[in-house]
Structure formats: structure tokens, C-alpha cells
Design a protein around this ligand. Structure first.
Ligand SMILES: Nc1ncnc2c1ncn2[C@@H]1O[C@H](COP(=O)(O)OP(=O)(O)OP(=O)(O)O)[C@@H](O)[C@H]1O
Ligand SMILES: [Mg+2]
Length: 266
């Protein structure tokens, strides 16, 4: 089953720009170009799309893809209600009809027919074909397709084809500079400035140690989680151990190495 979410925020979701990504997104939307966001887990991709949808005042529909996500899940299907068969729009059909931002998270996980489906929506045609209804729906100007993927995951070796990739503007996300990341942590959690700076320094140390052999290193999300616990009064080192060390890996040697760093930095 595909996990989907529809949101409209009342206040602007806090997103701290790292570079010119906000301006590029706005220009991309104006030019009716789809956007692909690539970057490691927990580096702000989803938060960025939330903030952009808010700024553009357009509803956001998010679908998190898994290997079962199919074109039918996105388009819609006939359902039996009593002795009637009724068509129910899927999230993509609804997004095209209402001119929403449609965010396909972890798109490389989805089945190939999802990629085929979006081709006609992501070139000059901007049309969604629904074969089951023999309908073609033109996307209004506000509709935008946004996709994300994590180039670090094994699955993304099953890379997107050039004919798909080359339809999109691509924005690359990485971890922010320490001063900016510390500000993000402080804003998100209300933890003390010094605690935030130390947590970020610790995270950057762990990130720099490729010998730890971590598949994915400390994300901004993990620093936020640790800072939240600290703000609530949990012991600083314990918060970093459960928030970072244990969350990152199951390898006892690596956990021990990270715990040593925690003791050094906090
Ligand atoms: N630039 C940023 N501004 C504000 N908050 C940020 C930023 N970057 C990361 N965060 C914080 O990190 C958390 C994780 O970010 P987010 O959920 O957007 O990551 P993601 O890149 O979508 O990760 P995933 O690939 O796992 O979905 C957010 O909830 C937020 O607290
Ligand atoms: Mg996300």
C-alpha cells in the first residue's frame, strides 16, 4: 500500500535555505519545470518542499514510494460500492486536477510503470493519460511534479534513465555549514546555543570518519532528535548515544567509537 499525505500549512514550515534553492524552485515553478531533489536522508528535502508549497500557496500531495508503488496507485482505480463500480481518483490524478504540488518521495523505489506515467506530465505536453477512463487531463499552471531520491542507497544503482532525468531541474542537498546547521538545530528544538554547536561539531566529526563504515552518516534529523531530548532535560551524552550512535548502526565497535567521540565533544 502506498503511503500518502496531503498538507496545507497554516504557518510557514521552518526551512533554512542553504543556497539559492528557494529561488531556483520558484523560477522552476514559474517555468513549469519539474524538479528532482537528491540528497541523503534527513537533510531537509521534505521540509524544503513543505516550505515551497506554503510560499507558492499551493496544496502539497506527498507519496512515499516503495517497491509496490504502481501507476494504478497514483492514477486511481475502479472500486465496487454495493452493486456499482465507481472510479476513485488516485493522488496524482487529484494533484493534476487541483493544480497541486505532487511530491514523489524515494521515486527510484517505485515500479517502472510509475516512471512511464510521468513522462507525458514532465515535458511540454503536461498531460496525464488515464487509460482506464480513456481520458487525458491537462495540468494547470500551478501543478508541479517534484521527486526525490537518495543517491547513496543501493537501490538507486537502478538509476533513473537519462530520458527521465533530463526532464527535471535537479537540486542537490547536502548537510549545511556548521554555523547554519547549529542555527537550524536551535530553531527546531530551542536547545541552548552551545549544546547545538557542540552537537553539530560532533556530527561533523562522525561524518568525516569514513573508516566508521556507516552507510549513511549523521543527518540533521538525528542532531535534531538528540537536541530535543537534551532540551527536555535528558543527560547530554545519553541523548547523543540514543539519538546518534545507536540510531546510526548496530555494530558494537562503531557504537563504541562514536560513544568515545560523544564523551570528547559533549
Ligand atoms: N534546511 C533546513 N531547515 C530546517 N530544518 C531542517 C533543514 N534541514 C534539515 N532540517 C531538519 O531535519 C529534519 C529532517 O528533514 P527532512 O525530513 O526534510 O529530511 P529529508 O531530506 O526529507 O529526509 P528523507 O530522505 O529521509 O525523507 C526536519 O524535520 C528538520 O527538523
Ligand atoms: Mg523526506
Amino acid at each position: 500500500m502506498t503511503n500518502k499525505l496531503e498538507t496545507t500549512s497554516v504557518t510557514r514550515p521552518f526551512y533554512q535555505a542553504i543556497g539559492d534553492e528557494e529561488e531556483i524552485f520558484r523560477q522552476g515553478h514559474k517555468a513549469k519545470l519539474p524538479v528532482i531533489l537528491k540528497g541523503p536522508t534527513g537533510c531537509g528535502k521534505s521540509r524544503f518542499v513543505d516550505a515551497m508549497a506554503y510560499d507558492l500557496n499551493i496544496p502539497l500531495i506527498t507519496v512515499a514510494c516503495n517497491e509496490d508503488t504502481s501507476a494504478t496507485d497514483l492514477l486511481g482505480r475502479f472500486l465496487i460500492k454495493g452493486n456499482e463500480t465507481v472510479w476513485q481518483d488516485g493522488p496524482l490524478t487529484r494533484a493534476v486536477k487541483t493544480g497541486a504540488i505532487f511530491y514523489l518521495d524515494e521515486v527510484v523505489e517505485a515500479r517502472e510503470d510509475v516512471i512511464v506515467l510521468i513522462h507525458s506530465l514532465t515535458d511540454y505536453r503536461r498531460i496525464l493519460y488515464i487509460d482506464a477512463l480513456a481520458e487525458a487531463i491537462a495540468a494547470p499552471a500551478s501543478f508541479q511534479l517534484v521527486m526525490s531520491y537518495n543517491p547513496g542507497y543501493q537501490k538507486s544503482f537502478k538509476e533513473l534513465k537519462p530520458s527521465t532525468r533530463q526532464r527535471f531541474l535537479a537540486l542537490s542537498f547536502t548537510y549545511p555549514k556548521p554555523e547554519i546547521e547549529a542555527q537550524i538545530i536551535q530553531n527546531e528544538t530551542g536547545a541552548e546555543e552551545k549544546v547545538c554547536r557542540n552537537l553539530v561539531a560532533l556530527a561533523n566529526k562522525i561524518r568525516s570518519l569514513s573508516e566508521l563504515g556507516l552507510a549513511e552518516s549523521v543527518s540533521t534529523r538525528l542532531i535534531v532528535n538528540s537536541a530535543l531530548l537534551i532540551k527536555q532535560g535528558v543527560n547530554t551524552r545519553l541523548a547523543a548515544e540514543v539519538g546518534m550512535a545507536q540510531a546510526l548502526t548496530d555494530e558494537t565497535d562503531t557504537i563504541r567509537a562514536i560513544k568515545d567521540l560523544v564523551a570528547l565533544y559533549l
